[in-house]
Design a protein around this ligand. Structure first.
Ligand code: TEU
Ligand code: CA
Length: 548
């Protein structure tokens, strides 16, 4: 397999995230499934990606779309069978694509056999697999809140105790202090490794070492001890890519998580740049503008701090976030241009880029009636704010801007019934704009968003400077341009993006005539060769290469 001898194969490749419920349905039940993914592997190969991060497909009551697992070693029948999974791993491998599984180790479903046992009695051998505190019914151990709203404690009369759930009541937290729990999890991970998976994405990994008595949720004192043990007992036995989800990561912590000695993970997802339009002390639903200079500062700092002593992941989108083109681009007049600009901006940086399904088509947010929403976080917020007396229209504005369901509408494959996603009734309504925005119309069109992503993936394979070039931010105080360079022994890249929807002149003074224009989202002839090197059109993005 391509690059399999290379220990750091994941530094060259681009990863594609699949949210299986919404990717491709193969049997008409309206829900995406594993066989559907297999049918679309050729599409992904054409895009050029090297690995797929697959959101959870294990057995689950689907309270949180699979992030509530009731059996780690079974595939949920809604997605197919274990044989389908094995076939998917094999079929992907045949196309040079590795499968990255989503590991949810912070909590299980309350329907997991461990929890069913655990809540029977305090003496049950599984009781201590979870986090319990004494109390009286109605008197909570403390005021910790669930990430999805309400208290983080739930009363179980049978044992006369509360259990901790940092997420929904159907997602009880596992007790990582218990060595037996850790060993069970490691055994399960090794079992998946034997199936030939290429890596793991670790859900909310910075929350495993909680200490509820001190109200510590993420970055608990034993966190890195647990992670190093986990890594030693599992990942280090294979040539895997691992990415931890860590909302609380700082560059300092990320250097630990992604230490090049391999003692923890390959990299983490950090969210500092993605929460910049959320004000201190406010909820994500309280809308605020993006502080552009801050975005540059934050992304630049991550680039600089991890250079040669850690590794970044690069992303705008995932299944928990609104669509980037709607969020920080323009999903109307300049949808194509701004989607490409955002892609260029991110893919020029150092780190492993992630593409979330549909991002490569410039898929957009949706505005539905509340009945069409499925996400537990969105629905909980809606009810909570209703009770608090918020105006309906304000609540809906927040949902349009930030609901996780923006990312979870079915993949738009073609201009046919249900966008070609299903022959049945889709579990969630398809974005009505599928007639204009779909894969079929974009593949093979050199001006499409898809072709832009394809080109970016190709350039990363072709020019080493995309992988290891040293980053430098240019024009840090410029209110319109996001510009930077990357430099190594082979050359120097200039990535220059007009971040807004008005034409603008770039004040960078370089000898553009000496450079090769590698990419321009308006077509190369409109860049240096055609128009002026300093005049940029709305959302124009260019990549120049100066060979050394
Ligand atoms: O997300 C972690 C997480 O912190 C998010 O729930 C976040 O608070 C929210 O999305 C912000 O809007 C992971 C998964 O990615 C998410 O889908 C799961 O719901 C969550 O863990 C629980 O497993
Ligand atoms: Ca199906």
């Amino acid at each position: 397999m391509e690059g399999s001898k290379n220990k750091d194969w994941w530094k060259q490749c681009v990863i594609y995230q699949i949210y299986p419920k919404s990717f491709q349905d193969s049997n008409g039940d309206g829900i995406g499934d594993l066989n559907g993914i297999i049918q679309r592997l050729d599409y992904l190969q054409e895009l050029g990606i090297g690995a797929i991060w697959l959101s959870p497909v294990c057995q689950s009551p689907q309270d949180d779309n699979g992030y509530d697992i009731s059996d780690y070693q079974e595939i949920d029948p809604m997605f197919g069978s274990m044989e389908d999974m094995e076939r998917l791993i094999q079929e992907a491998e045949n196309r040079g694509i590795r499968m990255i599984m989503d590991l949810v180790l912070n909590h299980t479903s309350d329907e997991h056999a461990w929890f069913v046992e655990a809540k029977k009695s305090r003496e049950n051998p599984y009781h201590n697999y979870y986090v319990w505190r004494d109390g009286e019914e109605g008197v909570l151990p403390n005021d910790m809140k669930s990430c999805f709203g309400g208290s983080a404690w739930e009363w179980v009369p049978e044992v006369g105790q509360y259990y901790l759930h940092q997420f929904s009541v159907k997602q009880p937290d596992l007790n990582w202090e218990n060595e037996t729990v850790r060993e069970e999890l490691y055994r399960m991970i090794r079992w998946w490794m034997e199936k030939g998976v290429g890596g793991f994405r670790l859900d909310v990994i910075d929350q495993i070492a909680k200490e509820p008595d001190r109200k510590i949720t993420n970055n608990g004192p034993r966190l890195h001890e647990f992670i190093q043990e986990l890594s030693r007992e599992t990942f280090q036995r294979g040539n895997l890519i691992t990415v931890g989800e860590a909302w609380g990561a700082t560059p300092e912590l990320a250097k630990k998580y992604s230490n090049p000695d391999g003692s923890e993970f390959s990299m983490v997802f950090q969210f500092e740049h993605i929460v910049l339009d959320q004000e201190e002390g406010k909820e994500k639903w309280d809308l605020a503008p993006l502080p552009f200079l801050e975005l540059k500062r934050v992304l630049a700092r991550w680039q600089e701090e991890l250079y040669q002593c850690g590794w970044n992941s690069l992303f705008w989108d995932n299944h928990d976030l609104p669509r980037i083109v709607s969020r920080w681009g323009n999903d109307m007049e300049y949808r194509t241009e701004s989607a490409k600009m955002l892609a260029v901006l991110l893919h020029g940086m150092q780190g492993t880029p992630y593409i979330y399904q549909g991002e490569e088509l410039g898929m957009t947010n949706v505005q539905y009636q509340i009945e069409e929403y499925r996400d537990i976080e969105t629905l909980n917020m809606y009810l909570e704010r209703k009770v608090k007396g918020y105006k309906e229209s304000d609540i809906m504005e927040s949902i349009y801007a930030k609901s996780r369901d923006n990312a979870r509408t079915p993949m738009q494959w073609e201009d046919a019934a249900n966008a070609g996603f299903t022959e049945g009734k889709p579990w969630m309504k398809v974005n009505p704009n599928y007639r204009e925005i779909n894969a079929k119309s974009q593949v093979g069109d050199p001006d499409s968003v898809f072709s832009c992503y394809q080109a970016l993936i190709q350039m990363r394979k072709q020019y080493s400077v995309f992988v290891d070039g040293k980053f430098q931010l240019l024009l840090p105080e410029d209110e319109r341009f996001f510009a930077y360079t990357r430099e190594n022994q082979d050359g120097k890249l200039y990535v220059i993006c007009n971040f807004y929807g008005e034409p603008a002149e770039c004040s960078l003074d370089e000898d553009w005539g000496k450079m090769e224009l590698l990419y321009c989202n308006y077509g190369k002839e409109n860049g240096n060769g055609g128009n002026s090197a300093i005049a940029y059109q709305p959302y124009e993005a260019r990549i120049y290469l100066l060979r050394q």
